[in-house]
Each structure stands twice: as C-alpha cells, then as structure tokens.
Design a protein around this ligand. Structure first.
Ligand SMILES: [Zn+2]
Length: 148
C-alpha cells in the first residue's frame, strides 16, 4: 500500500467543548461538531472560556492559537481584525480562538499572562510557544508556521 488514510484528528468543539474525532482528510471538508453542529474548522477566531481552552489545549491534535485580550485594552482591540485575518492565513494548519481575560480572569492566572495582547500556541497537548504584543496578521501567521 502506497499510502493509508487512517490518521485521525481530535478536535475540541470551540462552541460546546465536546471532543470530536475525525479522519485527517475531512479537515478541509467543513467538518461539524457531532454534538452541537458548530463548525470544527471555523473561518474566524472563536471566543472561548477557560474550560474549553483547557480541554482543547490538552487533547487537540491540530495546533490552537489563542489570543488573550480584554475590551479595555486598545492594542488588543486594534489587533482583533489582524487576528481574524491570521485565521484565514492559517486555515487548515491551526485553529484560532480568543479569550476575554476581563470576563475570564482565571485564564490570566492559569497561563501566567503578564501583559496583553498575548498569544499562546498550543500543540501536542502543551504550550508550544508564546508571543506578546500586537502585530500584523502576516507576522503572526509566519510566527505560527515557524513553530511547526
Ligand atoms: Zn459542539
């Protein structure tokens, strides 16, 4: 056999937190959560809470890039459209999520966030890299690509 397609991905639904397993070749076919029907490969960053973040960070087989931000933070708000653009640049390679540290201060403590915006890339069940400060979408995407 020249090639097999038995590799499966585990993706946490960023909407409901349910774990979904699917064949790698289904990633680009707009897979949906078996529990709530939300897109498992959303085109835009998804707002999540700490519980979902913990689950996804621990078990997802696709890299997850998380933006730690807050509504009172000007650079964070300026970064929002760039982060959204980065989701497009990284489509199929990583999923993007954002967590509002004002609504979820427990996330700031859990991940020892010293300043925002801050970006953490999770891969293979752990934190792979982190980056502080706003930057253009292309730079952020290049940084993510450089980690794999
Ligand atoms: Zn779901």
């Amino acid at each position: 056999m020249a090639e097999t397609h038995t590799h499966t991905h585990t993706l946490t639904c960023l909407a409901c937190g349910q774990g979904n397993r699917l064949p790698a070749d289904r990633l680009d076919q707009s897979p949906k959560c078996g529990t709530c029907g939300a897109a498992l490969m959303p085109a835009k960053p998804v707002a999540i809470d700490l519980a979902t973040l913990e689950r996804a960070a621990r078990r997802d087989s696709l890299p997850l890039l998380v933006d730690f931000w807050a509504p009172w933070c000007g650079p964070c708000r300026a970064m929002a459209p760039e982060f959204e653009r980065a989701a497009g640049l990284l489509a199929g390679r990583a999923r993007l999520a954002k967590i509002d540290t004002q609504s979820h201060p427990d996330a700031t403590v859990r991940f020892d966030i010293r300043g925002i915006p801050a970006f953490i890339l999770f891969r293979d069940g752990r934190e792979a890299a982190r980056l502080a400060g706003a930057r253009p979408a292309a730079q952020l995407a290049d940084w993510v690509r450089g980690q794999s």
